[in-house]
Ligand binder design. Sequence first.
Ligand code: AMP
Ligand code: GLY
Length: 420
Amino acid sequence: MKILVIGSGGREHAIAQKFLASPHVTSVFCAPGNPGMALDGIKLVPVTEMAFAGLIDFAKRTKITWTFVGPEQPLLAGIVDAFQAAGLAIFGPNKAAAMIEGSKEFAKQLMIKHQIPTAAYKSFSDYESAWEYVQQQGVPIVIKADGLAAGKGVVVAEELATAQQALKEMLQAKKFGASGQTVVIEEFLTGEEFSLLAFVKEEEVYPMVIAQDHKRAFDHDQGPNTGGMGAYSPVPQISEAEVLQAVETIVQPMARGMVENQTPFTGILYAGLIQTATGPKVIEFNARFGDPETQVILPRLKSDLAAVIDDLLNDRKPTLEWAETCCVGVVLAAAGYPNTYQTGMPLPIFDASVMTYYAGVAEKNEQLVANGGRVLLVAATAESIEAAKLKVEQALQTQKMANYFYRHDIGAKAIQSNEN
Ligand code: AMP
Ligand code: GLY
């Protein structure tokens, strides 16, 4: 098989690398990819992820067996519809099904209809009524821009003033443009967070092992929200029974609900969940693999990922086997991220004791340099989360790195819970 992966981040690096490991795969292309991926033998295609005509042309010329889509933007813009219309095989939800991520309102309506547990909410498009509602509800309260906002459109307000400022920014100053014209105001949930991803083919659901992301920039969940600063898998704080309950009360009913809604979902369905005192509840659905969750989930997949996707695309039942190992991944970010950040720093090079997944990198004078907020992710597997965390830390500590930062507590919660 010849496979094309769409996207350019660490998530796509992990996906493409896993495909390349399959004995059935001769080459893996990534469009546009990043020069760090090339070190692993992934071939870069200089076409951006939104240039559908160019991508279709490449896939036809190169006789790509099928295409796999990493990020949400092309999915929401209809890349799957465009490829299928051109007679090409592609794995991911079409434009209508990707709305599960593209519109919080769409997702909430389906959850209510199918009694899928989620935070109580109301949506607003005018500032006055939104502010009145927030005052009635009190804090803490959660305010979300309705559309895509790269993980930054969510404000967890502990104070009324913070909530008011968020509403002003989204509804009056239009900080998130069209994404913020509607806001969803949500009940604040407390509990352990986890990400439950599944391969979905319409009504069929094949869950993956779970992971936990770390959204805040700094240690101990301080600082601004980011795209994700690190993750680990498994999440021992969540029991097998709780995962099963989440599959049965959330993922399966959602897959069935999408079919019933005439927006059947085929692709990777990502449920962002909180384990509350009354069971798992949905924070958000995404229509794709998570970043950085993928970089710690896929190293635990013993089965051939390319065969799994090929099976799903050809109506065969895939085999999924997971390793008992633990995986920890820590993002190396450019100083300043998620605000204005430095670029152009040389990249640290890690040895084979860890896995390096490249994201925001570019090539300059035949050298890799930092060229994005999240530059790379260092991951390791071991028999415990503690041991995996130690491997990653040792790798990071041996490097002299100016103008970078990373979190030192990825996996710490799991280690603590194991000690109790
Ligand atoms: P999201 O981009 O929707 O994943 O939200 C970013 C982060 O905000 C999540 O990872 C949670 O930590 C937090 N969050 C979102 N919704 C809620 C909620 N209803 N209750 C508590 N925390 C939330
Ligand atoms: N790690 C969160 C996401 O991919 O949306």
